[in-house]
Design a protein around this ligand. Sequence first.
Ligand code: HH2
Length: 258
Amino acid sequence: MGVVNITPDSFSDGGRFLEPRAAAAHAQRLAEEGADLLDLGAESTRPGAAPVSEAEELDRLLPVLERLEPLGKPVSVDTRRPAVMRAVLAAGASMINDIQALAAPGALEAVAGSDCAVCLMHMKGDPATMQQDPRYDDVVGEVRSFLAAAMARAVGAGIAAERIVIDPGFGFGKTAAHNLALLRGLEAIAALGAPVLAGLSRKSTVGRITGRPVGERLAGSLALALLALERGARILRVHDVKETRDLVAVWEAFRNES
Ligand code: HH2
């Protein structure tokens, strides 16, 4: 999954793709580099980010979605708002990626009323405050229970289990130690039965471990991506598609031989 941030303030590439043409060109490049899926986001969810209005979110998303149609790649939209979900699904999006796991009133219905895929992600707190001293007794157990409940809620609302992807939400109300514990325990989350999406690309845990600024976290991100694949992740949400493709090719060749 290649990340296309149509925002002025995303943590790694904010402002680079705010113009629809620039965002669409970036998406095309990621598709050419081998992305199977493109994830469009118009609201930064980095810790402390300011929310955008619904109208602004749609103004950013719709012109890009329209330009992506000729690429023929499935497009996911990273949004928490039911009205935005409905509008982008009507405009051709194939997946809703919700960092709140469809918690907003009306979000379950917006997704249930279509045949799109959906990513249910765990987050503790909300983006404004989530990195202020997050605590868990058992991070893997708590995230797993949350995702199991979110899946049951979605299925109960009429969303078929085959449409659901789950994500432990690396960096969303988690310290570096929590993120590493979740990665070690990813198999327990994969055992819930839905494909697992892992978003570790360029995140602050990589910075914490390597001491690198956001523009120099590729090697660290690839290492985390491989660890996630080994533990059952099936979708990698990344900024660097070309390099991640090579990583996946090597991992697949290794698996097929062994
Ligand atoms: N991470 C980010 C945004 N959306 N969605 C899922 N499912 N999983 C993630 O790990 C995830 C996500 C944060 O990364 P990015 O989009 O690059 O930055 P920002 O939120 O600042 O736009």
